[in-house]
Design a protein around this ligand. Sequence first.
Ligand SMILES: [Fe+2]
Length: 486
Amino acid sequence: MDRRSFLNLGAAAGAGLAAAAWFDPDRVYAQATAPWTLGLADVEDDVAPHKLRRLHGRLPAGLEGALYRNGPAKFRRPGRSVGHWFDGDGMVRAWTLAGGEATLAARFVDTPKRRIETSAKACVMPGFGTKAAPGSQLEGPDDSNAANTSVIRVGDALWALWEGGSPAALDPVSLETKGFAVLRQDLKSMPFSAHPRREASGRLWNFGWWRDQVVVWRLSPQGALEDARIVKLPRASYIHDFTATDRHLIFVLQPWVQERMAMPFNSGFAWRPEQGTQVVVIDKADLDKRRVFELPPFFFFHLGDAWAEADGTIRFDACIDPDPSFAVTGAAKLLSGEASGGPAPRLALVTLGADGKARLEQTSDAAEFPRNDPRYAGLAGNMTVHTVIEPGRPLSRGIATRDWRGGKAQAFDFGLDHLVEEFVFAPRPGGSAAFDGWLVGTTLNLKAKASELHVFDARRVADGPVCSLRAEAALPVSFHGNFVRG
Ligand SMILES: [Fe+2]
């Protein structure tokens, strides 16, 4: 399929969404009272840069840079609210560390969707779990781009990422939105996922998914487009994340299959566990060269890093669910203060044998947001840090690390007064061993009603944070981000 028909599919879908106008004036959000609902509260204004208050310890010497994070921060408007957690307006946060002090600034991404909905005083644009309403203006994928899922530094720019459209380019200092990035004029508006994979060399791989095909993007470390190819996959599975070794791209095709274009978008998918899960391994050097492995059915949003061993065996970790109920209903109910009560995702290890057989080993760890040491991306010897989910309560309460080579797992529990967000690795200057450095991340302190920044020694997580600082703002839980060295 060429690029034109690829985009036409998106435009046709968009037209369908806009035509089937829908509005439910009776939809109201319950008065949310559980403390965790602060993690899905609305933010009305940008957060001006301000210094953080130190609660504990000192920022380590050598830890200089910025933790950029992104997540939805505006869900409700007087005329109508979004129908799903994933459809709120993206707000990029910059937690900057310099000279032993930390500051926070946060700014909404200035998207067409946000402008239309601010003016309408209603959330009218379609999304992952939100139907379009009268007043929606949809001519292409970026008109409903929430720019709310992750943020990466590419060359001189920050890119706020979604998954159904283009990166939104921001100024890394002021966080001002400059507009959607166009990687090549003839590829304008093609989907660019929120989970690019950067090789140890700095080269960036990403995909954009549409039904049973992906566009595979390859960018130089500075962000220049080197190549983009459309690759057909065996099925129209929902793909939020992929992974990669140094030589392979790995797409996991879960049996949550898109069977029709529908509104909201997630209602067009069907859970087909009888189809199992397929893993497609594609050679980076020849995208036509592929192997397909079969696994039992599972649902997932996030994969950890992948690596190949000397005999050709490939392994990667993943946070897996038994089914897509959180994506369909659980994450929608959160907005009205209702915990889904479903099972939490569990950390698992996938092994793709050189003999063509695949194996899934599930741990008992309730886990999400797996991240790794980017200097070891795609290589053996990396480690994983993930959040620890509280069973029965939405969102995370701790973090843990795991060394898949048999090293000891470590965990730290912030307790039920915190909603814990993804933690990322920041290297110690001069160090080179995996996880020689710090883990940097944020929590929302429900008791203090304030967002906090925490730094751990990456190899001594069980000891607790070496430094904790508190902001003046309480920002809702965000999804993903990256640390950029200063
Ligand atoms: Fe994600």
